[in-house]
Design a binder for this molecule. Structure first.
Ligand SMILES: [Zn+2]
Length: 248
């Protein structure tokens, strides 16, 4: 029996799609922090690669030396770090030029994309038949759409809200992200503050776990709230609230 060659054959990059042009799609999944977007991103990648398709994973704002998409349930995969100056079309064409297939893109942290980059993704879908699966936050800490998110809402073939698994402290679905600086919810400041996007550690007694993740000496963290408590800026039950026990 002749062994099946394991090396890629001489099919030109994205040759399958060019021979059998099938419509590709730009799909955007969005939700609040901690709703499982990165886990879903890795699941989509897994499902696609099981069908023999080749993907390229992109992320942004990864502060580690080895960019990756990682999920809270322990999955992780290497990814290519992009910044606002990256032309994602060139990124894909460079892979093709290097003899690699790129059938689909997984784009995590898509809220950080520029509008221009979203348009580049749409071009890859329409002109090169590359499927794009983008994952990102819906709104910033002021409850306003991120620029990348807005452009994806405008251009994506399919927009899906990730099934919310994260709850406000009151038990209602948490849909909005609050920025908390030194224990207080803030409503002004830069759209993007590089803070620790991992789940907030249980604060120690002195309120500083010493890892310096907040930067600039401020303890910056994010907390997901329901709309009512985002409007009120309430991060926890008030001691005087009706029917609630005093907490201190
Ligand atoms: Zn609430």
């Amino acid at each position: 029996m002749t062994p099946t060659p394991l090396l890629p054959d001489a099919v030109p990059a994205s040759g399958d799609r060019r021979r059998h042009p099938a419509p590709a799609h730009l799909v955007f999944f969005h939700g609040p922090m901690d709703c499982g977007k990165s886990t879903l991103a890795l699941q989509v990648d897994h499902n696609q690669s099981r069908q023999g398709r080749h993907g390229l994973l992109l992320t942004q704002g990864d502060r580690s030396a080895t960019p990756q998409i990682s999920s809270r349930v322990g999955l992780r995969r290497e990814a290519v770090e992009v910044d606002p100056g990256t032309d994602v079309r060139l990124l894909v064409r460079d892979r093709w030029a290097g003899g690699h297939r790129v059938d689909y893109l997984i784009v995590d942290e898509a809220q950080f994309l520029t509008g221009e980059q979203v348009e580049q993704l749409a071009e890859l879908v329409d002109e090169s038949h590359v499927d794009v699966y983008a994952f990102g936050l819906t709104t910033d800490f002021r409850a306003r759409l991120f620029p990348g998110t807005q452009r994806l809402f405008e251009l994506a073939d399919d927009v899906q809200r990730v099934q919310v698994q994260v709850l406000c402290w009151c038990g209602l679905p948490g849909l909005l992200n609050a920025r908390v600086v030194d224990g207080v919810m803030v409503r002004e400041g830069a759209t993007v503050v590089v803070a620790d996007t991992a789940p907030a550690p249980v604060p120690s007694a002195d309120g500083d776990d010493g890892d310096g993740a907040g930067g600039d000496g401020d303890d910056v963290r994010y907390q997901v709230l329901c709309r009512r408590h985002h409007v009120r800026g309430l991060l926890e039950p008030t001691p005087t609230g009706p029917g609630q026990l005093a907490l201190r």
